[in-house]
Structure formats: C-alpha cells, structure tokens
Design a protein around this ligand. Structure first.
Ligand SMILES: C[S@@+](CC[C@H](N)C(=O)[O-])C[C@H]1O[C@@H](n2cnc3c(N)ncnc32)[C@H](O)[C@@H]1O
Length: 209
C-alpha cells in the first residue's frame, strides 16, 4: 500500500539536511542502534541515514517511509547498508507486520506523527514481549524554549517541516504506552543558548515488559 504523504518542500529540505549531518549527530545515531539484534522496524526512515549504523547482529530491517521522494533515497541507502533493509512507502499507521519485531527504531519521527499516543500503542503491539524501542527524538523544553516551541508549533513550523511538532512530551508518552524505560538521557545538538526549538534530543531504550 502507498501512503498519501506528499511533501515536496520538506523532502528537498530533509534530503539536504540529512546529507550534511555533524559527527556528533552520527555518533548519536550509532548509539541509538548499538547492540540491536534480530528483526527491526524503523519508523519514518527519511533518506535512510540510520541504515549505515545498524550493527551486524541485526538480521533484517523493515523501514517505513511514506514520502515517496525520501523513500527513493532510502532505497539507495538500503542498497549500501551493512544489513538487509527493505523500504515500504506505507505510513506507520497503515503498516501491518507479519510477525512481531525484536526492536522498533524511531529517530526524529515521533514529533511528526499525527497521533503520538496512538502510534506508540501501535509500536508496543508490534514488538515481542521483551522487545525494545530505541528512540532519538526532539522533546519539549522548559521556560523560554518551551514558549518558543509552542509558538513554532502554532505557526508555520509543522507546515514547512513535514508536520514536525517541537513541544512534545515524548518520553512521558512512551511510558504511558506501557513501555518500561531502561536507559534515557538528554543531549544538546546545538549549545543550550541557541534559540532553536529542536536543539535538545532525548536518547533512550524502552522495553515492552
Ligand atoms: C525529520 S524526518 C527523520 C527521518 C529519519 N528518521 C532520520 O532520523 O533521519 C521525519 C520522517 O518521518 C516520516 N513520517 C512522518 N509521518 C510518518 C508516519 N505517519 N509514518 C511513517 N513515517 C512518517 C517523514 O516522511 C520523514 O521522513
């Protein structure tokens, strides 16, 4: 099934941005995937920037990417990946897994889905018991940054940037969906004083009990 996500402006922006990531960001991507094993679902793979970072203990990655221009880049990245990767243009909401996954990977995507709580419940149900969610996500800040995020989310930011919402309490939503958070930390990808709504990331590992 093909999705109805059609976002030419964001596809161009994200293709350019994801091709120029910092070493720091690449390190965070590797950390997010370290130690994964077995069958993995990657949600909203974009241009496939994560694929190069999967460890050899991963036997298969199924990547969903509903924006067809980004999915085309992701397929190119899949062909160069160190592990087998297939890319489908379904949205995560449309996707139905054949069998439970050992892990689900979300990076910079939970800010963009329409129904965060619903998607997290769906991801929980797609994992085997003991399976894990790895996440590297923008999260809601506090104080002046929270105000900036709420302003951005109410104006053009989501429309320009593929439905990205910067003021999301993603970690709380992960716990509310039933996951047990095993490791979690915060990282700044720009100095804390830079007035960017997406400068702070949450990196973590949560398990389906
Ligand atoms: C900011 S990009 C991040 C891409 C990639 N995860 C990464 O780390 O580079 C967000 C991606 O999520 C995808 N996306 C948005 N809504 C989605 C949905 N409902 N299901 C699956 N992917 C979605 C977008 O098409 C886009 O490629």
């Amino acid at each position: 099934m093909s999705s109805d996500v059609d976002n030419p402006f964001f596809a161009r922006v994200w293709t350019a941005m994801s091709g120029h990531e910092t070493d720091e960001m690449r390190t965070l991507r590797s950390e997010n995937l370290a130690g994964l094993r077995g069958r993995v679902l990657e949600v909203g793979a974009g241009t496939g920037t994560n694929f190069a970072h999967y460890p050899p203990s991963v036997t298969e990655v199924v990547a969903v990417e509903p924006e067809r221009r980004l999915a085309a880049h992701a397929r190119d990245a899949a062909a160069r990946a160190p592990v087998p990767v297939t890319v489908t243009t379904e949205s995560v909401e449309q996707f139905s897994p054949g069998a439970p996954f050992d892990a689900v990977v979300c990076s910079l995507v939970l800010c963009s889905v329409d129904d965060l709580n619903g998607v997290l419940r769906q991801l929980f149900s797609m994992l085997r018991p003991g399976g894990e969610l790895r996440y590297l996500e923008h999260i809601a800040g506090t104080g002046a940054r929270a105000r900036l995020q709420r302003f951005a989310d109410a104006t053009v930011w989501p429309r320009m940037l593929g439905n990205c919402h910067t003021h999301r309490h993603t970690e709380a939503a992960i716990t509310a969906a039933g996951f047990r958070v095993e490791t979690a930390r915060r990282e700044w990808v720009f100095p804390a004083w830079v007035p960017l709504p997406v400068a702070e990331l949450a990196l973590g590992r949560a398990v389906r009990p």
